[in-house]
Design a protein around this ligand. Structure first.
Ligand code: SAH
Length: 354
């Protein structure tokens, strides 16, 4: 216990560990150690962001996807998925609903849908920024060329989410069909950072075949990339995928990794994800108490919510945006946090002035 606890202190002081140390820490974790870690994580969370939790309005604008990731419910080969795409007008309606609810970041997420041209995407970004100049636009639309990322950035996009999914090449191939590679995904992330996006990476916890050694590599990759955001959530099987019968990830390990991320890179924007809320009714609250400081309630029209089914039993697919927002605000209030009306940009400095 003591030598493992010392690794948490070392991580806090030096912001990095060796591969062997990461493995020892992850494999040696215990409930007591987790409490020790979460206390430190909350200390850093408060130094940077106070008790503010930032809300991002998630607009799932298309579930068409050319990719066939083995874990994902909207993979190309899932013929059961009912496909939809929102029009630009529908996307703007989502923003119109979200703004008065206090959302100052809109996240456009979707499958890799070639039907949206570069010009159309730039036009959508530009229109949102023109209408809501005090809001940030985040994109989460997969792997694209440097030129495409640059064009979208110049059109006004502020942030980009692209989870690396797993940093280790063989494990990447266990989760993805040939043609997709960890190397390309990492290259995209480097491009995004270079262009100037606030960049988010991340991975699923407990994906099939994942070991502590893989997680060590994920943590080391994140340390090296120094992203602004890291999204992690448990893997949850989807019945219409090759991983239907695989075990899902756990709340316990997800929380522990959230705590480690906060201590390693204390200024991170770290969401308590919907998947964490799906496997535990208090999952998102526990995530915030382990160091997370972002929530991403759904702003998609209720008519399409169930169709953006990445995994089974996804929560919050029936409620209106206002209900989701109010529900989250109440939940956060109960544990001493507030839902901030703010863009919630990444902070280099640790002084919290909010
Ligand atoms: N097409 C975009 C968005 C992908 S969906 C992109 O490529 O980035 C967003 C994230 O959901 C993925 O990065 C993946 O980590 C997560 N996800 C997909 N299927 C999942 C599942 N079955 N369980 C948990 N998370 C999943």
């Amino acid at each position: 216990m003591d030598h493992i606890q010392a690794l948490i202190d070392k991580l806090e002081a030096e912001s990095r560990l060796s591969r062997e140390e990461w493995i020892t820490l992850i494999e040696g974790r215990s409930p007591n150690l987790a409490e020790y870690l979460f206390e430190k994580a909350r200390k850093w969370q408060h130094r940077y962001y106070g008790n503010n939790v930032f809300a991002r309005g998630l607009i799932e604008f298309t579930n068409y996807c050319k990719n066939d990731c083995y874990y994902c419910g909207i993979r190309r080969s899932n013929k059961e998925a009912q496909r939809y795409r929102l029009t630009k007008e529908q996307i703007m309606e989502c923003c119109q609903i979200g703004y008065p609810l206090g959302f100052r970041t809109f996240v456009l997420q979707g499958g890799e849908d070639g039907k949206f041209s570069q010009e159309e995407l730039e036009d959508i970004v530009r229109t949102i920024k023109d209408n809501y100049p005090d809001c940030a636009v985040t994109l989460s639309i997969g792997e694209r060329s440097y030129e495409s990322y640059l064009g979208l950035f110049q059109a006004g996009a502020d942030r980009y989410l692209l989870r690396h999914e797993t940093a280790e090449g063989n494990h990447y191939s266990r989760l993805h069909p040939p043609g997709l590679s960890a190397e390309n995904r990492k290259q995209c992330l480097r491009h995004l950072k270079e262009i100037g996006y606030q960049t988010g990476t991340g991975f699923m916890v407990g994906s099939p075949g994942q070991t502590a050694a893989h997680l060590a590599q994920d943590m080391m990759f994140i340390r090296e990339l120094e992203p602004h955001m890291v999204g992690i959530g448990p893997f949850i099987p989807h019945h219409g995928t090759p991983f239907a019968k695989e075990a899902g990830g756990t709340v316990e390990l997800t929380l522990f990794l959230l705590g480690l991320l906060r201590v390693m890179l204390p200024g991170l924007l770290l969401p308590a994800t919907t998947s964490l809320g799906t496997i535990d009714p208090k999952g998102r609250e526990k995530g915030v108490q382990a160091g997370a400081n972002v929530v991403m309630p759904n702003l998609s029209p209720t008519s399409v919510r169930k169709k953006y089914e990445l995994y089974d039993n996804k929560i919050c697919t029936g409620e209106e945006a206002a209900e989701c927002r109010d529900c989250l605000e109440k939940r956060l209030g109960k544990i001493g946090y507030r839902l901030a009306v703010s863009r919630g940009d990444y902070k280099e400095e640790k002084l919290c002035t909010m």
